[in-house]
Design a protein around this ligand. Structure first.
Ligand code: MN3
Length: 208
């Protein structure tokens, strides 16, 4: 079975009031994400990876230090990353913008493992702004069961390290160039403040 591009879980203009334009979502989903899916399907055809699950392909092809040269890994991981990313954002009403209260169980775990909400936001922001070049920043459940904030290069994701991804933010320039020019810090601050679906993050924690 070939991989398919999932539809966005909302309309292309649904996040306009929250700092992510229809132009960005259209380019990001219809061009970038679609290219990862199409290229992945071409690359796995006739190989041992044909018919394997996306998770198996990501984990099976990850090799520290050598990911830049591995087309199957990069396209598979980016397909997985973007499929999650669309669901980590949620449309809000225009009078509900700004920081919102996250579900209690999630807040409690963040405070227990990372100190405070403020420390978590600061660490996530620092991971995203501090990632040199393209990549992602993450909130994960690490292999020791504790929450951790991480950053990764290119398409590398928490699956590679046996971690569970609770939240991730795409810090490739294609994610923010239209709306924030080259100012990644503004994009990240806006992502945390106005775009994240904390219910989705809490559900992933409950299932982890
Ligand atoms: Mn992207």
């Amino acid at each position: 079975m070939a991989f398919t591009l999932p539809d966005l879980p909302y309309k292309y203009n649904a996040l306009e009031d929250q700092g992510m334009s229809m132009e960005t979502l259209t380019l990001h989903h219809d061009r970038h994400h679609k290219a990862y899916v199409d290229t992945l399907n071409k690359l796995v055809e006739g190989t041992e990876w044909a018919g394997k699950s996306l998770e198996e392909i990501v984990k099976g092809n990850y090799q520290a230090g050598a990911v830049a040269q591995n087309g199957i890994f990069n396209n598979a991981s980016q397909h997985w990353n973007h499929t999650q990313f669309w669901n980590w954002m949620k449309p809000r009403k225009s009078d509900e913008l700004g920081m919102v209260k996250m579900p209690g169980a999630l807040e409690d775990r963040i405070k227990a493992d990372l100190g405070s909400l403020e420390e978590f936001y600061t660490a996530f922001y620092a991971a995203g702004t501090g990632q040199f070049g393209s990549g992602w920043c993450w909130l994960v459940v690490d292999t020791d069961g504790k929450l951790k904030v991480t950053k990764t290069e290119n398409g590398v994701n928490p699956l590679c390290f046996g971690q569970t991804a609770l939240l991730g933010c795409d810090v490739w320039e294609h994610a923010y160039y239209v709306d924030f020019q080259n100012v990644r810090p503004k994009y990240l601050a806006n992502f945390i403040e106005n775009l994240v679906d904390w219910e989705n993050v809490a559900e992933r924690l409950a299932a982890a």
